[in-house]
Design a protein around this ligand. Structure first.
Ligand SMILES: Nc1ncnc2c1ncn2[C@@H]1O[C@H](COP(=O)(O)OP(=O)(O)OP(=O)(O)O)[C@@H](O)[C@H]1O
Ligand SMILES: C=C(C)CCOP(=O)(O)O
Length: 252
């Protein structure tokens, strides 16, 4: 069986400039594309958008700056569970057997900020015919309380541990854009594109496009970044948008 890991960007499924607001139309469109696709095993991961990033920013929590304030934990994790419920419900409407995986209950960062995410429950969910849906979240972090874990990190971790065959990132942009706003077809090294990579245009505590490309280069397998219009073609086996091929970049 072939495994596909697909991330739905938080900017895609929410109105990232209005707190706790869903982009129901785009979420519906992307859910249609997933419902119509014929893929073997599928793991979905979604980002925080105006749910997670807004609350993380209010509480000053990021991937590196933590908090032990229980209100920070419940606000950020609670907002992400609410968003996850919206995503699950749209997928269920299309007959997709989506089940939640909340990283806060499973993952951990050690004192060096290295992330551990158990995946045996995800493997069994797949074997039993479910579509696991993870999301950016807070995680317990040794010495920091909790810090944010981005959906991008979760994709890398799941894809690596389960040896994914295909990895895709659906973002608001048609791919990584160069200085003329043209899609860069392939990226093999960070330095080659560092000058054009920026942060997200909206509230984002996890690094925007620069963070995404960095995470993907660490993956050590090829991945694609594309827009919601290209979800169907990606799930059909094509490589739309920008292909990130990190062969040789992996450091561990
Ligand atoms: N060179 C670039 N090419 C494309 N997008 C870029 C570039 N530099 C910065 N960006 C910004 O990065 C954004 C994509 O990153 P962002 O983190 O918002 O993605 P996402 O995965 O959709 O959202 P989230 O992190 O909430 O899950 C684009 O919307 C754009 O504003
Ligand atoms: C801000 C939170 C809680 C999740 C961030 O996940 P991302 O949007 O994938 O970077």
């Amino acid at each position: 069986m072939s495994l596909t890991v697909l991330k739905l960007g938080g900017s895609v499924i929410t109105d990232k400039d209005r707190a706790d607001t869903l982009d129901g139309e785009t979420l519906g469109k992307v859910s249609d594309a997933i419902g119509d696709a014929t893929v073997d095993d599928l793991v979905l991961v979604h980002g925080g958008g105006s749910f997670g990033h807004h609350h993380a920013s209010e509480h000053g929590v990021s991937k590196t700056t933590g908090s032990s304030d229980i209100d920070a934990v419940t606000d950020i994790h609670g907002a992400m569970k609410t968003l996850n419920n919206f995503v699950l419900s749209r997928l269920h409407d299309r007959g997709i057997p989506a089940v939640p995986v909340h990283p806060f209950s499973a993952a951990v960062r050690d004192a060096t900020a290295s992330l551990t995410l158990p995946t045996s429950q995800i493997e069994t969910m797949l074997e039993e015919g479910f579509v696991p849906v993870l999301h950016g979240d807070v995680v317990a972090h040794e010495g920091e309380g909790v810090t944010v874990v981005s959906g991008d990190e979760l994709v890398v971790s799941v894809a690596r541990h389960l040896d994914a065959d295909r990895v895709g990132f659906c973002s608001t942009v048609p791919g990584v854009l160069d200085e003329n706003d043209d899609v860069i077809p392939e990226i093999t090294a960070y330095e080659a594109v560092a000058d054009v990579l920026g942060e997200s245009e909206s509230t984002d505590v996890t690094g925007g496009m620069a963070g995404k490309v960095r995470s993907l280069l660490e993956l050590g397998a090829s991945a694609s970044i594309f827009s919601p219009d290209d979800v169907s073609s990606f799930l059909d086996g094509e490589t739309p948008g920008t292909r990130i091929d990190a062969a040789g970049e992996r450091t561990d």
